[in-house]
Design a protein around this ligand. Structure first.
Ligand code: ACO
Ligand code: AKG
Ligand code: ZN
Length: 432
C-alpha cells in the first residue's frame, strides 16, 4: 500500500538524548553485550515456503554479514548433497561472521560437517520425554555419553562447539542441568536452551537461564519459537538472566510460524542499549535483507513488521501528530533515521488536527494563518467522513484555498466543496 502522509524525518526538532529508562539492573544481564546467531539459512530453511538456491543463500549470507551479525547458522550437511556443498561455499566466502552448521548429536553428522570448512558446529538432541520417546528413542545416559563423544571429537578438530537440548522447557530440570554440567566440564563453548514448541514465557525463561548461569561457566545460547507470541520477549528475558547468544531469522521465518525475528530483536535491544546496538550492527541494512528473504520465500513484509512494516513509523491521530512534529520522542521509541527508514504523518482523514495541517501548509510555503489552517482542517474532516483523502487531495485543497484567499473567495470555496470527488475538479481548475 502506498504511503500518503508527510515525510518528516528531516523536518522535526532534535530528539532528546537517548537514555533508556528501561536499563537492566540484573548483575548477570547481557542486554548490552550479546551476540546474534543468525539462522535464516538453517531454521529459516525449515519455513514452509523456503527453497534457497546456492546463489540465494550466498546473497542472504552477504546481506546478513553486512548487518554485522556474529554468526550464520547453516542447514546440516547431512540433509542433502546441496546442503553440504552450500556449507563449503559459504564457509569460503571470507565473511566476517563465523559460520556454523547445525547437526544431530551423532558422529556421522559431525564428521561430515567438519569437512565442509565451517568454523563451528551446533550440536542438538532432544531431552524432553516427548522427543526421547517419539523422536530418537534414547535415554539420558545414552544422550550424555553420545554428547561427550561428539563434543570431544569436534574439539579435537579445533572447531567451536555448542551443545543444545531440544525442547528444553518440557525437559526435566535435573536432566538438563546434569547434561549441561557434563558438557561444560569437557570444555564445550556454549550450551543451548531451545523453546522448540514455543511454550515458554519470559518468567520461565528468566528462571531457567538464571539457574543455568549459576551451573555452567561457558556461554549460553537461546532459541525461541514464536507459536504463542513470546519469541522476542523470551530472548530479552534470556539476556537479562545472563544468556550470551540469541538465535534469529530474517522476518522470523522457520518451522511452523518461526522464531525470534532479527529486526524485532534489534528493535528491542536498541531500546535497551542504543549505543551498543548501533555501533555493532548496521541497522539501515535490515530492510534490504528482509526484502531479499521475503521475495525468496514469496511472502510480503507484514504491515506491522518491526521497523520496516509500512506503517511502523506512520503517525495518524491529531494528538499524536502535533506532539511528533514538536518532538518525535513523544511517540517514537525508535528513531527511523537510525534504521534508514522514513517517518510519515498522515493528515487526510477524520482524525487529523489543525497542527498537522499547519505543518503541511508550512511545507508547501503557503501564506495562511492558524485560523485558515483550522478552517481547512474542518473541511478535511467533513470530506474524510466520506472517504480518506490522499496527500494530493489535501494539497489541492490547501492550494485552492490559498489562491481563493487572494481573491477573498476562500470562505465561499470551502462551502462549495461538498464531496471528495470535487477536490479533484478543483485541482483541474486551480492548475488550469
Ligand atoms: C527442532 C529442529 O529444528 S532440529 C533440526 C531439524 N533439522 C533437520 O531435520 C534437518 C533436515 N533433516 C533431514 O534432512 C533428515 O531428517 C536427516 C538427514 C537429518 C535424517 O534423515 P533420515 O535418516 O531419513 O531420518 P528421519 O529424518 O526420518 O529421522 C530422523 C532420524 O534422526 C534421529 N534423530 C533425531 N534427532 C536426533 C538428534 N538430535 N541426534 C541424533 N539423532 C537424532 C532419529 O532417531 C531418526 O533416526 P532413525 O533413522 O534411526 O529413525
Ligand atoms: O539447536 C537448537 O538449539 C535449536 C534447534 C531447534 O531449531 C529447535 O529446537 O527449535
Ligand atoms: Zn527451531
Amino acid at each position: 500500500m502506498a504511503q500518503n502522509g508527510l515525510e518528516t524525518n528531516g523536518n522535526t526538532k532534535p530528539r532528546e538524548a537517548a537514555t533508556s529508562p528501561y536499563a537492566s539492573t540484573d548483575p548477570n544481564s547481557n542486554v548490552n553485550n550479546f551476540k546474534i546467531i543468525e539462522s535464516t539459512l538453517r531454521e529459516g530453511e525449515q519455513f514452509a515456503n523456503a527453497f534457497f538456491t546456492t546463489e540465494k543463500k550466498v546473497e542472504i549470507a552477504k546481506a546478513l554479514d553486512d548487518i554485522g551479525v556474529d554468526y550464520l547458522e547453516l542447514t546440516s550437511p547431512a540433509a542433502s548433497e546441496q546442503s553440504r556443498n552450500d556449507c563449503t561455499v559459504i564457509s569460503n566466502l571470507g565473511l566476517k561472521a563465523k559460520i556454523l552448521t547445525h547437526v544431530r548429536c551423532h558422529m556421522d553428522d559431525a564428521k561430515l560437517a567438519i569437512d565442509t570448512g565451517v568454523d563451528g558446529l551446533d550440536v542438538v538432541i532432544g531431552t524432553s520425554s516427548f522427543l526421547r520417546e517419539f523422536s530418537h528413542g534414547k535415554d539420558m545416559d545414552y544422550i550424555t555419553k553420545q554428547a561427550i563423544e561428539v563434543i570431544t571429537f569436534i574439539k579435537s578438530k579445533g572447531l567451536e562447539v555448542r551443545f543444545s537440548t531440544e525442547d528444553s522447557f518440557r525437559s526435566d530440570l535435573v536432566d538438563l542441568l546434569s547434561i549441561y554440567k557434563a558438557v561444560d566440564k569437557i570444555g564445550v563453548n556454549r550450551v543451548g536452551i531451545a523453546d522448540t514448541v514455543g511454550c515458554a514465557n519470559p518468567r520461565q525463561v528468566y528462571e531457567l537461564v538464571k539457574t543455568l548461569r549459576s551451573v555452567v561457566s561457558c556461554d549460553i545460547e537461546c532459541h525461541f519459537h514464536n507459536d504463542t507470541g513470546c519469541a522476542i520477549a523470551n530472548a530479552y528475558a534470556a539476556l537479562e538472566a545472563g544468556a550470551t547468544h540469541i538465535d534469529t531469522s530474517v522476518l522470523g521465518i522457520g518451522e511452523r510460524n518461526g522464531i525470534t525475528p532479527l529486526g524485532g530483536l534489534l528493535a528491542r535491544m536498541y531500546t535497551a542499549d542504543k549505543e551498543y546496538v548501533t555501533k555493532k550492527y548496521d541497522l539501515t541494512k535490515i530492510r534490504e535483507v528482509e526484502n531479499i528473504v521475503a521475495e525468496a520465500v514469496e511472502v510480503t513484509v507484514p504491515f506491522n513488521n518491526y521497523i520496516t512494516g509500512y506503517c511502523a513509523f506512520t503517525h495518524k491521530a491529531g494528538i499524536h501528530a502535533k506532539a511528533i512534529l514538536n518532538n518525535p520522542s513523544t511517540y517514537e521509541i525508535l528513531n527511523p533515521t537510525d534504521f534508514g527508514v522514513t517517518r510519515y504523518v498522515s493528515i487526510g482523514h477524520r482524525l487529523t488536527g489543525w497542527n498537522a495541517v499547519k505543518n503541511r501548509i508550512e511545507q508547501l510555503d503557503l501564506d495562511l494563518t492558524d485560523e485558515d489552517a483550522k478552517a481547512v482542517t474542518a473541511k478535511i474532516k467533513q470530506l474524510a467522513d466520506v472517504r480518506p483523502l490522499s496527500l494530493d487531495d489535501v494539497d489541492i485543497l490547501l492550494r485552492s484555498y490559498h489562491h481563493a484567499k487572494a481573491d477573498g473567495k476562500h470562505t465561499t470555496l470551502l462551502g462549495t466543496i461538498e464531496k471528495p470527488e470535487h477536490i479533484t475538479s478543483i485541482s483541474t481548475e486551480a492548475s488550469a
